[in-house]
Design a protein around this ligand. Structure first.
Ligand code: PLP
Length: 632
């Protein structure tokens, strides 16, 4: 551990509160264990908030935003109309999901319209651009429905509780700076990996590894604020962003196709091959045990990431495509027959069209397609009209890869279940942009690919409800998926092993686990907020380019900015951007029906991820402007 890490670990106690010129205003006695006295912090914060004009009562996480003091220093202003702070035990609802990207109270479109009129001069294009949102969104910003619970200052921290001495009264009312300092000091606990260690005397604590971070689940228990999301430090985690392309720094705006990998994922895969490589589940030697542990540990991470109720609901596959094919060929063949119906939407990726067409051709079932409006939003009334007792399966994307539309998945699941249909949700484009909760969604199947969420290619996940998986026969036979084989008969494992025939992609499953760790440490709510601000900024700027038509203008959107530019073929635009080191997709994005719905065969598709910053958008806009100007 470096000295500075040691410092961070030890700086939590005792807590000295100083005023702006450095005079001690009060010393909060350190707890016997050498950690800051949370009860005293609570007292201080509450006294501060009570002293604010018009404020009364305790500041706790369980309160609604309307009662959170508007001047609460760490948490930013709180539009009371938008947000009810989720308590630790409340999962984000569909309404929350909608609010994330706008929703009815403040839609994506209206946010674009209301984006600041004030203009700055872009360092890239030299032209005027709308003012950006704050680069570093304060964590705990109540605007986000996925904001972690507000830290509760009611002194009932489970970890500390009764061990602490009585709360001393502060000598003087704390200032805003005092509270800020105190809260920051609490945040520094974040650097301690082993929360259990906090209750030990400082000298007996185990040293946290360099840059160790507290695990997200423990963080949630502690109800501590997460670190600020700092896009510049995030960018340093991705070595490929240092690459030069055509003599220019790489700007990666092709995230809907695949995401780049943080160093921690690259290192984890290397570590596996350097120290743990073995086949799994089969041998009684040390490396087999290590590799099996690493693989199964990754499955646990995926289960937690999706909020599945058990690791047995998580099947490793090659990717979203394979997962959908698995469901079609296994569950589908058993449950879908002649004249049965499969309902999808108009904006599906080919991976969520073709396997169902194949199944329909094989069984005599029918494929029905729910239409979308001119913004690319599924018409729920029309969708419902397609449902009937003949509907066996509904399969919809959560985010459209061609348009960026966030679909009302929870409502779709509820409607489909009323007709007794199973529902598959394609999360290939959603998992890297929003929290996933398969239990809250209540979907029967959920699929995603590791490479779209900063993990490796060649690994993906099928989640299935236990009864849906139990009702699905194996789709491939071989080793690993059997309990016993004789020439007369084979007994299969239960899920997930029954669907994992042969040697799987062990190292990349482990890498996916590391990718999940990475996004969880950043906090999905912080990622979503950052991307949302960036999406609005980029949309606003794209709309200023003459002859540019956005394809996909849904109220709820994530990441994707699809467009066509009058006078240019989409490949010309892609090539012009590539010359400046900017990677975007131009083509049909494996979603031809979706694009044809808007009268185009191809589009240019920049797509954002957590490491993109405003400069990336500025550079994109500069090239598009130049292209237009040279053509004029
Ligand atoms: N579904 C959607 C919405 C996608 O965007 C993609 C890939 O772009 C897929 C499915 C297929 O993913 P993969 O090619 O990783 O299997």
């Amino acid at each position: 551990m470096s000295t500075s890490d040691q410092d961070k670990a030890e700086s939590v106690s005792p807590l000295m509160v100083q005023d702006a010129v450095g005079n001690a205003r009060g010393v909060l006695p350190s707890a016997p264990t050498g950690v800051p006295d949370v009860a005293a912090l609570a007292q201080m914060a509450n006294e501060f908030f009570r002293a604010l004009p018009g404020q009364a009562g305790q500041f706790t996480g369980a309160q609604s935003a309307a009662t959170v003091p508007s001047a609460a220093p760490q948490f930013g202003a709180t539009p009371s109309s938008m947000f009810a702070a989720p308590s630790a035990d409340r999962l984000p609802s569909e309404a929350d999901v909608h609010r994330l990207s706008g929703g009815s109270a403040s839609s994506y479109q209206s946010e674009v319209a209301a984006a600041p009129a004030a203009m700055n001069v872009s360092p890239y294009s030299g032209t005027e651009v709308p003012q950006r949102a704050a680069q570093n969104t304060p964590i705990g910003n109540a605007d986000s429905p996925f904001a972690p619970p507000m830290p509760s200052f009611d002194a009932s921290f489970p970890l500390f509780g009764a061990e602490f001495p009585a709360i001393p009264r502060m000598a003087a009312l704390p200032t805003e700076d005092d509270v800020r300092a105190a809260l920051n000091s609490v945040s520094s606990l974040y650097f301690l990996e082993d929360a259990g260690a906090l209750s030990k005397p400082a000298t007996a604590r185990t040293a946290p590894p360099i840059a160790a971070r507290i695990s997200p689940s423990v963080l949630q228990d502690l109800q501590l604020p997460r670190k600020q999301f700092d896009v510049n430090s995030v960018r340093r985690d991705f070595p490929i962003l240092q690459e030069q392309v055509n003599g220019k720094p790489l700007i990666w705006l092709d995230n809907a196709a695949t995401t780049q990998k943080p160093q921690s994922v690259i290192d984890r895969i290397s570590y596996f091959y350097e120290h743990e490589n073995s086949n799994i589940h089969r041998a009684a030697h040390e490396l087999a045990a290590k590799a099996t542990d690493a693989y199964e540990n990754a499955r646990e991470k995926v289960a937690r990431f999706l909020n599945a109720s058990s690791v047995n609901e998580i099947v490793f596959v090659r990717g979203a495509t394979e997962a959908i094919n698995l469901v079609a060929k296994s569950w589908g063949r058993r449950h879908i027959g002649k004249d049965d119906e499969i309902v999808i939407s108009w904006i599906e990726h080919h991976a969520n069209i073709v396997p169902w067409q194949m199944l329909a051709a094989e069984t005599g079932a029918r494929l029905r397609v729910a239409p979308v409006d001119d913004d690319g939003q599924i018409l729920l009334d029309e969708f419902e009209k397609l449902l009937s007792p003949r509907t066996r399966l509904v399969s919809v994307t959560q985010v459209s890869n061609a348009l960026g539309t966030i679909t009302p998945t929870r409502q779709i699941v509820q409607m489909a279940h009323r007709y007794g249909a199973r529902v598959l949700v394609d999360g290939a484009q959603s998992v890297s942009h929003m929290s996933t909760d398969v239990q809250a969604l209540d979907c029967d199947f959920f699929v995603f690919s590791g490479h779209k969420v900063f993990g490796p290619t060649g690994i993906g996940v099928l989640y299935g409800k236990p009864d849906a998986l139990a009702d699905s026969p194996p789709w491939q036979g071989g080793g690993n998926m059997i309990v016993d084989v004789t020439f007369e008969k084979t007994i299969y494992h239960a899920a997930p092993a029954r669907f994992e025939a042969g040697t799987g992609n062990i190292a990349d499953a482990v890498g996916l686990g590391a990718a999940i760790d990475y996004v969880e440490q950043l906090g999905m709510e912080n990622i979503a907020r950052h991307e949302h601000d960036l999406l609005i900024y980029a949309t606003k700027l794209l709309q200023t380019i003459p002859g540019l038509r956005l394809i996909g203008t849904a109220k709820e959107k994530a990441s994707v900015l699809s467009f066509v530019l009058e006078g240019f073929r989409t490949e010309e635009v892609g090539a012009a951007l590539n010359r400046e080191g900017i990677a975007v997709r131009s083509g049909h994005h494996c979603a031809q029906p979706a694009l044809r719905r808007f009268g185009v065969e191809t589009s240019v598709r920049p797509s954002l991820a957590l490491y993109n910053h405003y400069e990336d958008v500025d550079a994109l806009i500069a090239v598009l402007r130049k292209l237009k100007n040279t053509a004029a």
